[in-house]
Design a protein around this ligand. Structure first.
Ligand SMILES: [Zn+2]
Length: 201
């Protein structure tokens, strides 16, 4: 089949290069699938089967509960989110990344106020439920209204966790664990980058 040893060797080399390249691509894909998108897949699956309207509770900036409303879900393109958000906020809120502990804006903030979604302004947490978890992430023992956050099973990294997202726009917020303080025993471990704090005077 081959005219010479040279041709045979050249063929081996190019085949090896091809296989290595293909192997790397498959490994990269597997890594990507393992690493993040379980949350995104779950969110996408949920979004596909969900109605385009969601029920949330509105709050004033001073934290006053206003009313429960049914509103259209906030849906934007990747380009629109990138334009609106910082690179860091985009990676965390729209790509389910996690900020490095003790680096976010709010882990050590204990002022009174309201935490809204960085993407859509949905009210998420009140400072009255914030506690010092020692983790380096802003931590709360309860969301401001159960309707305003959505919890989904997340198996990224092969660990079963419960991811927390914004009901109104699907922004990834963080995870909830059952080692929090009373009265709920829950620890909503959030990313500062997904939140916008409104201090209460
Ligand atoms: Zn939102």
């Amino acid at each position: 089949m081959f005219d010479s040893e040279l041709d045979r060797d050249a063929s081996k080399v190019s085949r090896r290069v091809f296989l290595t390249g293909a192997g790397a691509a498959v490994a990269g894909l597997a890594f990507w699938q393992l690493r993040k998108p379980r949350v995104l897949e779950a969110a996408a699956a949920a979004a596909a089967s969900e109605p385009k309207e969601v029920t949330v509770v509105l709050f004033s900036d001073s934290g006053e509960r206003l009313k429960k409303v049914q509103i259209p879900k906030v849906i934007k393109t990747e380009a629109e989110w990138r334009k609106q958000l910082s690179d860091n906020a985009f990676d965390i809120a729209r790509r389910a990344d996690t900020e490095i502990a003790f680096t976010g804006k709010y882990w050590n903030v204990h002022d009174k106020g309201l935490y809204r979604c960085i993407c859509c302004d949905n009210a998420l947490f009140d400072s009255a439920t914030k506690f010092d978890s020692g983790t380096g992430w802003p931590s709360f023992w309860q969301p401001i209204a159960a309707e305003n956050v959505t919890e989904t099973r997340d198996t990224t990294f092969g660990i079963v966790r419960t991811a927390v997202s914004c009901t109104e726009c699907d922004a990834h917020l963080g995870h909830v664990f059952d080692d929090g303080p009373q009265p709920t025993g829950l620890r909503y471990c959030m990313n500062s980058a997904s939140l916008r704090f409104i201090p209460r005077s």
